[in-house]
Design a protein around this ligand. Sequence first.
Ligand code: TXA
Ligand code: MG
Length: 321
Amino acid sequence: MISTDLYQAAQLLYHNQNVAIPTETVYGLAGNIYSEKAISNIFALKNRPLVNPLIVHIGSRDQVEDLTIDVSELAQKLMDKFWPGSLTLVLKKKETVPTIITGGKDTVAIRMPNHPLTLKLLQLLPFPLAAPSANPFGCISPTSASHVDHYFQEKLPMVLDGGSCQNGLESTIIGFENHQPILYRLGAIALEDIENEIGPIAIKNFEEQHPNAPGMMARHYAPNTKTIMTSNVKEVLHLHQGKRIGLLLFDTKITDEKIVHQEILSEQGNLKEAAANLYAALHRLDALPLDVILVERFPDNQLGRAINDRLKRAATAKNTI
Ligand code: TXA
Ligand code: MG
């Protein structure tokens, strides 16, 4: 059921149920971090392996102290600058944080989302909410209440409707190793913007070291339709004679009778607007009877880099995993 009733959402969560919540990045599938029932149901609904840790969502900075130990000045600085917002920090966890949330690790991923409805919900509840993106494991992330409803229907008691997600890409994830900041996932806050605050950040090839981490797997965020990424869409079009072709393009339309449908992510060539439109466009393309989706490689800087990361994963052939 799709609803804007904040109090009903709070009631359900209070009684160990799951509710999909809007955030400025993507919709999350939420549950009380201290409720074993609510958390195991998140994994079951998503069909997600238990080793994959969840992000803990908080509504006020005090809650960081309930969840973590040894928060460095650098981490505090990042919270000051980017919270509420699309930055997740991986910090040393307190023993009281259930290990089912952290995949058995001694760290916990935390963020304060920047969505008015969800912030209010988090401030109403006496516990934080674990919330992975509200899609079945490996599928395209949801950026509207109807995307979530389409995936889970009556299996989920409620989708709290907060409109379309403004940023449209998952949060950027930063951790710390030997007191140095490490990027674990590109996301809705450009790496350059974080480096402007704290200097250079090492990038870990997370995929090699944690092949089970969702969002880090080669094929993820993926449409069902065969998807090909290219820097030259016009050229690749010719290789697909006789096929029903859909296109996902940055800013310029292509005229060609082979094209069944095309999505232009930002006519102004604005990366932020393109990011916000990305998943909804992929959902629309995937709903059409197409043989192939050709996606254009983005400029590899700022949010273009995070968009390319998601497109690359969407385009990884099914038989490579
Ligand atoms: O924008 C977002 O981050 C959304 C919204 C709902 O907040 N959530 C989201 O969650 O994308 P999910 O579960 O789809 O991705 C969580 C990522 C995973 O790649 C996981 O491996 C990483 O966070 N993660 C969680 N806890 C971690 C930890 N302790 N150490 C390293 N990575 C962690
Ligand atoms: Mg996800």
